[in-house]
Design a binder for this molecule. Structure first.
Ligand code: HBI
Length: 352
């Protein structure tokens, strides 16, 4: 039995959607480790919600989102930093744990690793974004081999320390997603509404192909959303808000297909496996995590990156995909059990 201390993403409370895919990953791993009899304690911002898992709420000012910063920006911490407070709490209680698992995509936990007695496993949830962060991650990769985990190969390839990354992929609780093989005509787009996700391309593709597009996810950049509405006044789109998993899959399962339009190297793209679990084919730019998930022509289509015309062609062919193959791929590759096995093996290797 392992005693595990999880450090959450410091950009927003767990359950708020601000932390995007890594919120889901942290929740799934915590749940899965508990299922296996390990002790799990999570340190997270105040107002975090994590059913069934003990969360220590850490106060302080949240970290700004890394993807809003430039590659050569200096590391910055606000006054009374929640991230700093979380690291201090972990330092104080570290002797009660076998392993600390860091989910924060931030400089401080990496920098402090050598100052801790307790070993730290770092789960890196995005691709290379900032030089100072890359450097400190690279240093920890050398000093503490095997302690850096990522979702995908393409994410690892964005870092200089590619070969030091343990590829862990992702996974979801498939029992929460109900297969549907009789969809309507509507397409779906899921994710934080921020410019690196290039929602505007999906909106244009939906309009050109004459399909309604339902959009779900955290409204992260309001002015970006307003610009999309202003630029596409007649687009057949509707915004369904940020839903719980159960509500989301209820909407998603009825869709003909999921459009993914990542402008950046999406580290994974949890929304892709959520769609597959519902039997929904995925049409995505062939870039980053989704390009390692979608089986082109079998469980969806991979499209030339940034080509709206490519999206339109794939939408026209979407009914050729057998929706049972989508669900089957989710069961084979992305179950919570498979994910738990990969993380548990990683933890054991670090501790041995
Ligand atoms: N930014 N500074 C910072 N720290 C994080 O942990 C972080 C982030 N931006 C986005 C984010 N985490 C998650 O939404 C993605 O890792 C999925």
């Amino acid at each position: 039995m392992l005693k595990l201390l999880f450090l959450s993403t410091p950009v927003g409370p767990l359950g708020s959607g601000t932390g995007g895919g890594v919120e889901l990953t942290l929740q799934n791993i915590a749940f899965e480790m508990k299922q296996r009899g390990h002790l799990v304690k999570v340190l997270a911002p105040t107002e975090s919600v994590l059913q069934g898992i003990s969360v220590e709420q850490i106060t302080g000012n949240l970290q700004i989102a890394a993807q809003t910063q430039d590659i050569d920006d200096p590391i910055c911490l606000p006054a009374n930093s929640m991230l700093g407070n979380m690291c201090e709490y972990a330092r104080r209680v570290q002797s009660e744990y076998d392993l600390i698992v860091n989910f924060a995509f931030d400089w401080l936990p990496f920098y402090l690793t050598p100052f801790f007695e307790c070993p730290i496993a770092h789960f890196i949830s995005m691709g290379s974004m900032n030089q100072a962060l890359d450097l400190i991650m690279g240093e920890i990769a050398v000093r503490f081999p095997g302690t850096l985990g990522v979702y995908t190969h393409s994410q690892a390839a964005t870092f200089a320390f590619t070969d030091s990354c343990r590829i862990l992929s992702s996974g979801i609780d498939l029992s929460l997603y109900q297969f549907c093989d009789r969809p309507g005509q509507t397409l779906a787009w899921l994710g934080r509404i921020s410019r690196e996700k290039a929602l505007e391309d999906a909106v244009q593709a939906a309009q050109i192909s004459g399909n309604r597009l339902k959009i779900f996810g955290k409204m992260q950049e309001k002015e970006y959303w307003e610009k999309i509405l202003a630029d596409n006044p007649d687009a057949p789109i509707e915004y369904g808000g940020f839903l719980s998993t159960l509500e989301l899959q209820e909407e998603l399962r009825q869709c003909r297909g999921l459009l993914m339009t990542p402008r950046w190297i999406e580290a994974f793209g949890n929304v892709a496996i959520e769609a597959l679990a519902c039997g929904v084919p995925v049409i995505s730019y062939s870039r980053g995590g989704p390009a390692e998930i979608v089986k082109d022509g079998k469980t969806g289509f991979l499209v030339e990156p940034d080509s709206v015309a490519g999206l339109v062609d794939a939408i026209a062919a979407i009914d050729k995909i057998d929706r049972h193959m989508c669900r089957q791929q989710a069961e084979l590759e992305y179950s919570l059990e498979a994910l738990g096995d990969r993380f548990e093996a990683w933890f054991q290797d670090i501790l041995s």
